[in-house]
Design a protein around this ligand. Structure first.
Ligand SMILES: *Cc1c(COP(=O)(O)O)cnc(C)c1O
Length: 339
């Protein structure tokens, strides 16, 4: 294999040795198979291609200072995938099978897990697709579950820093009782235009308000939002946002630090009152928000006056990363150590 430059990895696809696959046929899941083929051979009438029967997940494995490999909360991803399967009528994959598949694919690709010092990690991408042929709109009778992995670089190349966001009203990623709370590809297709608009305008990401009233905060691109004020961690309650495992973990860590946690609707105007805010997800853990511009209403909510990440964001970020890399004790039993 060509030497990988661990300290210069981006968030891109690098071929690894193996992926793991499992087929659902005749009403049952088969055995987990280790596969070295990168492509899938599926029927052209597969429901994933026409009717969006596609779900995915994202998590990471980290190499610690002690050389051990840690996988962060795979059971939580298994449960979220089950919820997504329920949402778009696909068969659920049992938690034990999901976790076993994750461990198997990580173990088989151990040489691609970046060294501790690089700050990089192994990104794990499970997907579940309807492969059965169907022309009418019905759920498929056959499915394929695949997990591939690829090494990814640290999100913050120049160090932990803030980013500007822009409110986009022309496109919604999800309707109030649509598929926003499920991790399906369709939500991403719906977000591509808004994401491009934000990038073209020089912002790091698009910011969504609720689709119905355009009054409350939903999500920042493909990450959850949280704001900090008066020693309180506040994150939106909405039927159209994806329940982020990073957000859930940060809420717990905030509580551990004696910070109050609120999950409730957040009106756009409240952005003016936050001392700090961040976008959170597996990719960055926390991406602190510098400001959020509302171009239509000629408003700019400046959150970080000095342009630097605030103390609470920094503390939460360091704490969660320390648990993921094994630098600090895993008091909540979040980490699966590979044996
Ligand atoms: C995956 C995802 C997130 C982040 O979830 P994590 O479990 O924290 O990685 C947030 N929003 C959307 C829309 C997502 O798809």
């Amino acid at each position: 294999m060509k030497e990988i430059d661990w300290s210069n990895l981006s968030f891109g696809y690098i071929k690894t040795d193996y992926n793991v696959r499992c087929y659902y046929r005749n009403g049952a899941w088969g055995e987990l198979e280790l596969c070295s083929e990168e492509t899938l051979n599926i029927h052209m009438a597969a429901t994933c291609l026409h009717y969006g029967q596609e779900a995915f997940e994202g998590l990471k494995a980290y190499r610690g200072k002690d050389g051990k490999i840690r996988i962060f909360r795979p059971e939580a991803n298994a449960e979220r995938l089950q919820s997504t399967c329920n949402g778009i009528l696909m068969p659920e994959l049992p938690t034990e099978m999901f976790v076993e598949a994750v461990k198997k694919v990580v173990k088989a690709n151990e040489r691609f897990i970046p060294p501790y010092e690089s700050g990089a990690a192994l990104y794990i991408r499970p997907l579940l697709i309807g492969t059965g042929a169907q022309v009418g709109v019905h759920p498929a009778n056959e499915y394929l579950f695949v997990i591939f992995v690829t090494p990814v670089g640290p999100y913050f190349k120049g160090g932990f820093s803030t980013n500007p966001y822009v409110i986009i009203r022309e496109f919604d990623r999800a309707a109030p009782y649509g598929t926003g709370r499920f991790k399906v590809g369709g939500n991403y297709a719906a977000s591509l235009h808004a994401n491009k608009m934000a990038h073209d305008l020089g912002y790091s990401c698009e910011f969504y308000l609720d689709a119905k009233e355009k009054k409350y905060i939903d999500e920042c691109g493909a990450a959850n939002f949280f704001g900090i004020k008066d020693n309180t961690y506040i994150t939106p309650k909405s039927s159209s946002i994806l329940p982020s495992i990073t957000n859930r973990s940060l809420m717990q860590l905030a509580e551990d630090l004696g910070i109050k946690v609120e999950c409730r609707p957040i009106a756009e105007e409240e952005l003016d009152t936050f001392e700090e805010a961040g976008a959170c997800g597996t990719a960055a853990v926390i991406s602190p928000i510098q400001r959020i511009d509302d171009l239509e209403n000629k408003k700019s909510y400046v959150i970080s006056k000095d342009g630097k990440p605030g103390p609470v964001c920094t503390k939460l970020y360091n704490k969660l990363r320390a648990i993921q890399y094994g630098d600090e004790p895993d008091t909540h039993n979040w980490v699966t150590v590979l044996d």
